[in-house]
Design a protein around this ligand. Structure first.
Ligand SMILES: [Cu+2]
Length: 458
């Protein structure tokens, strides 16, 4: 691929951030490489996957807010890779985006990631090079940043990675990662759904136990509709960021790819019954997590939990004076294909298709040379997301959280927003993290097929 000046500068900036004292102890490794896992039920062979530190999904990384995360990515894969720390308001050079903040790490190479964790919450890390394939193969893991104080009292906590795999009959990953048909439609939708890599994830609980559930949608493209059964509780945080006050869980919880939700739930199912986190499908409810109830914990339900402590510098953007931008999504199957669509200069629609580019943002397919906007540090921006396509898109901005501009005011902080087909959703943010930040669809095949742009913050 063409190396731009921007990319070289990103690489140099990364090198300058390496610790000066080279004699300091090497950071812990995060080794990306092939692994095998019994993903399908017993009776099927193990599935060949890619993972971190010998495990897919990768190991949980858990630190306390304010701590530094240091990991040496070692690439034992047959492809270049990188790691993105999703939702972390991170140093730009550590953001893990090849072509924008670093060069992809070649097979046999390594890269030292080191950064401070400014916010408590539920985050995740995942490969960000050829991610349609690399995430589909299992290259991701949870990143949990604990509140130093003020965490709710619970009997147990579970991190639940909700995943979606496309498997063949012999329980191997279907190798059609680059399918243009998938990319032009809803993305790579699987045929086998797991929680933490298991098709029947189960944990025993007691009646009236209080659980903190951290849900992370790690799927390539599947939007999960989830519900609770025998569990009642509250949403405490979205995409890592605490709500001002806990909100009772609605009938359906929608989780787009890359979105997270923190729940506090009480086990209300009777002893001998089983409580569930259920995936709602057209065919009915599927167990996403089963909690068989044995014995009694607390004597009765406890009062609603308090809000989580807020993260720093998450005030409301000054919306009225904010600079307004449009981001129009076009293309895809059954979509209008603007003849003005371009990639690195004007190109015919047929030419775009040959490059595998079928989606555009503001008429441009692929990562443009110029950013969507150059913002002054601290500037407030409003971006109207206009979905002029036949598919929903989960738009993710790196390095920042934003709020939706709603009729009644500003919504909660998020880093990924689901925009339905035909919908317009406006977000507002304070561009306060300097650097070049990718802004893209997290249906990973859509991103690969053109749905990406970037913001520059001075
Ligand atoms: Cu999309």
């Amino acid at each position: 691929m063409k190396i731009t000046r921007r990319q070289l500068m990103g690489g140099a900036a990364g090198a300058l951030l390496l610790p000066a004292g080279a004699r300091a102890a090497a950071p812990a490794t995060l080794r990306a490489g092939p692994v095998e896992r019994q993903l399908a039920p017993e009776g099927y062979p193990p599935t060949a996957l890619w993972g971190f530190e010998g495990s897919a999904p990768g190991p949980e990384i858990r630190l306390t807010q304010g701590a530094r995360l240091e990991r040496r990515l070692v690439n034992d894969l047959p492809q270049p890779t990188s790691v993105h720390w999703h939702g972390i308001r991170i140093d730009n050079a550590m953001d893990g985006v090849p072509g924008l903040t670093q060069q992809a790490v070649p097979p046999g190479g390594q890269f030292d990631y080191a950064f401070r964790l400014p916010d408590a919450g539920t985050y995740w890390y995942h490969a960000h090079n050829r991610s349609t394939e690399q995430v589909a193969r299992g290259l991701y893991g949870p990143l949990i940043v604990e509140e130093p104080e003020g965490a709710p009292e619970v009997d147990a906590e579970e991190v639940l990675l909700i995943g979606d795999w496309r498997m063949t009959r012999d329980a191997q990953l279907s190798p059609d990662f680059d399918s243009l048909h998938d990319r032009a439609h809803g993305g790579r939708i699987g045929n086998y759904v797991t929680t933490n890599g298991s098709g029947d994830w189960t944990r025993p609980v007691r009646r009236h136990d209080r659980l903190r559930l951290r849900l992370i949608n790690v799927a390539n493209a599947r939007i999960f509709e989830l519900a609770l059964q025998g569990l009642e509780g509250w949403v405490l945080a979205l995409d890592g960021m605490p709500l001002d006050r806990p909100e009772p869980v609605q009938e359906t919880l929608v989780l787009a790819p890359a979105q997270r939700v923190d729940l506090i739930v009480d086990v209300t199912a009777e002893e001998g019954d089983t409580a569930y986190l259920v995936q709602l499908t057209r065919e009915g409810g599927l167990s996403q997590a089963a909690f068989p109830v044995a014995g009694q914990g607390a004597q009765a339900r406890r009062p609603a939990p308090a809000a989580l402590p807020p993260n720093p510098n998450t005030g409301l953007p000054e919306v009225s004076g904010a600079r307004r931008l449009d981001l129009r999504m076009e293309g895809g199957a059954m979509g209008r294909l603007s003849s003005a669509m371009t990639v690195q200069g004007p190109k015919s629609m047929q030419g775009l298709m040959q490059d595998g580019l079928v989606w555009a943002l503001n008429g441009f397919a692929g990562l443009p040379e110029a950013p969507l906007a150059e913002a002054a540090r601290g500037e407030a921006l409003r971006v109207m997301l206009i979905n002029d396509t036949a598919f929903p898109h989960g738009m993710h901005l790196h390095g920042h959280h934003f709020r939706e501009v709603q009729e009644r005011g500003l919504g909660p902080l998020r880093d990924t927003i689901l925009v339905d087909s035909g919908a317009r959703r406006e977000i507002a943010l304070v561009a306060d993290n300097p650097g070049d930040w990718l802004f893209h669809c997290h249906m990973l095949g859509h991103q690969a097929a053109g749905m990406k742009t970037w913001l520059r913050v001075a």
